[in-house]
Design a protein around this ligand. Structure first.
Ligand code: ZN
Length: 310
C-alpha cells in the first residue's frame, strides 16, 4: 500500500499549564504511531494564514487571538492566552488544511489535532479557537478542489460551532452523533430527553445515556448512509473524538476501546466503499489516564491503515 499522510508539528503545543485538556496528547499520539511502525508518514504542515482564517472568522476575533486584546475574547476558548498559544492554533489549523489536501489526493489522511468543532465565527468555546474543519473546507473550496462536504462528528459533544458556521454554507453538511449536547457541558445530561435541534444542514443525533457498543454502532449505521445521500460530499471530515470512552469524566456512554475502533472502521469502510476521500482529526478526550486517550487515537490510525491498506 502507499503510506498514509498525517500532519503534526511540535508547534501544535502551547504551555497552558495544568489544564483538563491534555494538549501534550498530540505528541504522545505521534510517538505511539511511530513506535508501532504504522505505515504512516508524519509531516509538518504550514501555519494557517490570516486570509484563510478570515473566510470563516471575524476580523475582530482574529485580532483578539493575535494580540490578546480584549482578553475575554482571546480566552473565550478557555485557554490562558499567550503569544505561543496564538501561534499554536495557527499550526493546528494549518494541519487541517494540509490533511484535507492530502485526503483529496490520496483518499485518506489525518491531522494529529482536533477539528475544533466548538469554535464559532466570532468567538471560541470549549478549547476550540479556530474551526479547522470549516477553515480547511473553505480554503479547498476557494482553490476549486471541492464544492460539497460532509462532517461526521463523533466527538462526545455536539458540534455546535460547526453547526453555527454551516448556517451560511448550504453545500456543507454535518452529522453530529453525540452523548453530551454541550448546552452547559454537564457530564450526565440525558441527551435523548433534551437535545439540540436539527438545522437545515446539520443533523443532531443524540446517543442515550448508558448506550453500549451495539446501540452506538446501530445509530451510526442508521444515520451515516442517509447523511451521505443528503450531503453528496466530495470529501468526509471525520471527528474521531476520544471522549465518548467510558472512563472519560464527561461521558455517560459505555464504550470501550474496541467499540470506538469499530466506529472508526465503520466510517472508513463506508468512505472507501463509496470512493469518497476522508480526513480524520483527533478531537476531545479527557480520561485522567492520558494513555487511554492516546489508545483511542492510536486505534483510529490503526483502523485507517487496516481499511486503506488493501
Ligand atoms: Zn468533546
Amino acid at each position: 500500500m502507499s503510506r498514509i499522510r498525517c500532519y503534526h508539528s511540535p508547534n501544535y503545543e502551547a504551555d497552558i499549564g495544568e489544564h483538563v485538556m491534555p494538549i501534550r496528547k498530540f505528541a504522545m499520539v505521534r510517538r505511539a504511531m511511530e513506535a508501532e511502525g504504522l505505515p504512516i508518514d508524519i509531516l509538518a504542515p504550514e501555519p494557517v494564514s490570516d486570509a484563510d482564517l478570515l473566510r470563516v472568522h471575524t476580523p475582530e476575533y482574529l485580532r483578539a487571538i493575535v494580540t490578546g486584546e480584549p482578553l475575554a475574547l482571546a480566552q473565550s476558548q478557555k485557554f490562558p492566552w499567550s503569544p505561543q498559544l496564538a501561534e499554536a492554533v495557527r499550526w493546528t489549523n494549518g494541519g487541517c488544511i494540509a490533511a484535507l489536501d492530502a485526503a483529496l489526493a490520496d483518499g485518506i489522511a489525518g491531522n494529529l489535532a482536533s477539528g475544533f468543532h466548538h469554535s464559532h465565527a466570532d468567538h471560541g468555546q470549549g478549547y476550540c479557537t479556530f474551526n479547522g474543519l470549516i477553515v480547511a473546507l473553505e480554503r479547498a473550496r476557494a482553490e476549486g478542489k471541492l464544492t460539497r462536504a460532509l462532517v461526521v462528528d463523533m466527538d462526545l459533544h455536539y458540534g455546535n460551532g460547526t453547526a453555527s458556521l454551516l448556517g451560511t454554507r448550504p453545500d456543507f453538511f454535518q452529522l453530529s452523533i453525540y452523548g453530551n449536547w454541550y448546552k452547559a457541558n454537564l457530564a450526565y445530561r440525558d441527551v435523548a430527553a433534551e437535545r439540540t435541534p436539527d438545522t437545515e444542514n446539520a443533523w443532531s443525533v443524540p446517543v442515550p445515556n448508558g448506550a453500549g457498543r451495539a446501540e452506538y454502532l446501530g445509530i451510526l449505521g442508521d444515520t451515516l448512509g442517509p447523511a451521505i445521500d443528503r450531503a453528496r460530499p466530495d470529501v468526509i471530515l471525520y471527528q474521531a473524538g476520544a471522549d465518548p470512552y467510558k472512563e472519560d469524566p464527561y461521558s455517560p456512554l459505555d464504550l470501550d476501546h474496541a467499540a470506538l475502533r469499530a466506529r472508526d472502521t465503520y466510517v472508513f469502510e463506508a468512505a472507501k466503499r463509496l470512493g469518497i476521500p476522508v480526513m480524520w482529526v483527533l478531537a476531545g478526550g479527557y480520561t485522567k489516564d492520558t494513555s487511554k486517550v492516546v489508545e483511542v487515537h492510536l486505534n483510529t490510525a490503526r483502523a485507517a491503515v487496516e481499511v486503506f491498506g488493501s
